[in-house]
Design a protein around this ligand. Structure first.
Ligand code: PGA
Length: 252
């Protein structure tokens, strides 16, 4: 049984005050929940204040990005060493907003993935096709290329620190979620890909999240699919009530 994981990607939102208020409400309601894993990913400046509120709870702290070097002359960047030093256990890598808005390549994402796991971080690796790619029937090819260019660089032990988030680009922030059937189809393809390239044990244990316009209304049907092991939530993770409803839908 793969334990469900619900992660909140706050993106470039919140203030120090709204961030700590939000996480205080989460801690009060599900701070000791053992039946699922919960991760919150605030913006860099709020990692430390959020960590203080999370202290003693089972909710884990994640970052939204990382640079693939431990230290050095990389103005404006944040290293995996700094993230673990600030209490992060997780980091999101390869989010489509970073691929598309910031121009990150599969190669750069692979370097980030390796650096993050080498420094003891668990990684949520995001993959997914655009609307045009889906319409052209290229969904599996795109997803497979994104996996192929990052995962084979990792050992089996390192793969145990990875979670994949299937996030169709056309569903992110648009209010148009993939249907549970569309999501399950791609999740099942990803699990088969993992079986072929990483071995059957990894394919059975590695968690695959769905992301893209997840709400309290659609979370239960998405989470009931056999290969959907959790969700990566953007907009709805900014309201405690919505995020809590989504998290509760993931409790078996
Ligand atoms: P959304 O974002 O839930 O606002 O669509 C999801 C994500 O980008 O991870």
């Amino acid at each position: 049984m793969r334990k469900k994981l619900v992660a909140g990607n706050w993106k470039m939102n919140t203030t120090r005050q709204t961030a700590t208020t939000l996480v205080r409400e989460l801690v009060a309601e599900i701070g000791q929940e053992t039946r699922l894993d919960v991760v919150v990913c605030p913006p860099f400046p709020y990692l430390l204040p959020v960590r203080e509120v999370l202290a003693g709870s089972r909710i884990a702290l994640g970052a939204q990005n990382v640079f693939p070097e431990a230290k050095g002359a990389f103005t404006g960047e944040v290293s995996p060493v700094m993230l673990t030093d600030c209490g992060c256990q997780w980091v999101i890598v390869g989010h489509s907003e970073r691929r598309r808005v910031l121009g990150e390549s599969n190669e750069f994402i692979r370097r980030k993935l390796i650096a993050a796991v080498q420094h003891g971080l668990q990684v949520i690796l995001c993959i997914g096709e655009t609307k045009e790619e889906r319409q052209a029937g290229q969904t599996f090819a795109v997803v497979s290329a994104q996996l192929q260019e990052s995962l084979p660089a990792l050992s089996s032990a390192q793969l145990a620190a990875v979670v994949i988030a299937y996030e169709p680009v056309w569903a992110i922030g648009t209010g148009i979620n993939a249907t549970p059937e569309q999501a399950q189809e791609v999740h099942s393809y990803i699990r088969d890909w993992l079986a072929r390239h990483c071995g059957s044990e990894i394919s059975q244990t590695l968690r695959i999240l769905y992301g893209g316009s997840v709400t309290p209304a659609n979370a239960p049907s998405l989470l009931s699919q056999s290969d959907i092991d959790g969700v990566l939530v953007g907009g709805a993770s900014l309201q405690a009530r919505d995020f809590l409803a989504i998290a509760r839908a993931a409790i078996p």
